[in-house]
Design a protein around this ligand. Sequence first.
Ligand code: NAD
Length: 496
Amino acid sequence: MSIIGHLINGEDIQLDEPKQSVFNPATGEAEKSVLLASASTVEQAIASAQAAFPQWRATPPIKRARIMFRFKELLEQNADEICRLIGQEHGKISHDAAGELQRGIENVEFACGAPQLLKGEHSRNVGPGIDSWSEFQPLGVVAGITPFNFPAMVPMWMFPLAIVCGNTFVLKPSERDPSSTLFIAKLLHQAGLPPGVLNVVNGDKIAVDTLLTDERVKAVSFVGSTPIAEYIYATASANGKRCQALGGAKNHAIIMPDADMDNAVNQLLGAAFGSSGERCMALSVAVAVGDEAADALVAKMKQAMTGLSVGAYDNASNDFGPVITCQHKDKVNGFISSAEQQGATVVVDGRNPKVEGYDNGYFVGATLIDGVTAEMDSYKAEIFGPVLQVVRVKTMQEAMQLIDDHEYGNGTCIFTRDGEAARYFSDHIQVGMVGINVPLPVPVAYHSFGGWKRSLFGDLHAYGPDGVRFYTKRKTITQRWPSSGVREGASFSFPS
Ligand code: NAD
């Protein structure tokens, strides 16, 4: 069984440390195991990043960017291998893994603009003969902690931008599917990154806590579930670090009576069940306005769902794969059962589907539940599985109130033909990312990603322009070179 180690100072590191199995969720087999770093291993990675910082900080941004250009090419050349590694450990189908990788590459493309992004701000003659400018300096060693559901994309939301801004990085990927992340980090070294600028440590809470408390780490980016995000934000802040911690979600789509229902159904299929619903932007609740819209939606969804196929990652005709672990499969099935017990109707039941040749895989089929209410456990929680719940309301205001009352505020969307309704919705809804007839409004790499309420802890969103601000600190310089003959006396008030 192969062992997945760490990447510290540009070298593969295998130590005598505890291990955890890494499963193929389609077969249920433990095919590899991953080392769980001790505090001293993480400290070694931090020391390596710390040592690399002075020289990397002094490297011109254009030279940092050139490494990213080569990295992008290597990612494209190695796309099949990256998607295979994602599929083997996460379970997502090859076409979905390719989409994830592409979104990651777009963040590398954004990072290639480092010289432009770091130009700063300049004002001449802010006073007589006085110039002033702001520059954006790197923070030092920064850390990233990432979730299982996007093992390639989410790390690439973080380290390419942090690194081109002049920081050095320690990344702690998810211990459930670390291979693609590690492979990608090695490609960046192949592209010419000096040793120590990016280090990868695999591990669990021990590794994370070391990153959160070590005073050499200046900032922490986290993406994962809300309880952990809250802990990360509180601990990093208490230890004097800058922190952005992106958490969980419950994303609602409002289906207005005037919506193009066939289009809405097509969009909902991919947004609710794609990647087995294991996306923080997955649409998991359809809020139908009026019984006519609700009846039409449920009937058309039911019909469309008969054609969906769940299976293993390497068969591209499958629509989505297994969920991540056996425990998670049980949890998703438990939420479906609880909705049923609490009075909802399971219209399409995906519990325990038969997948030929994969009897031990962690599969849940696409599930549709009607008549869900805000009091039900399945409504309140983030299920993170291929389950779409339909809530019936009478008015758009009622639909918006439901969304605003939910603890999460990551993404949302409205399906309508009415521009006025759409504008009112995007203007007032208390959610960070909004789609108008667009089911997964994930911002492109040159905007920034983030939710509101308990979907994000911190002031700045991830990647894009906010990412540049997060990974740099502003320094403002005010400068005068007095000409030799002129000397002013002391002044005790601000110039007026
Ligand atoms: P998770 O919170 O279990 O794990 C995320 C990371 O935290 C992993 O690296 C893990 O090792 C670490 N971790 C887990 N428990 C910890 C603990 N007690 N102390 C310290 N570190 C700990 O999340 P997950 O199951 O890997 O990912 C799914 C979750 O991530 C979902 O809630 C999803 O909505 C969320 N997510 C959010 C976004 C976003 O942008 N808002 C994006 C992707 C995923």
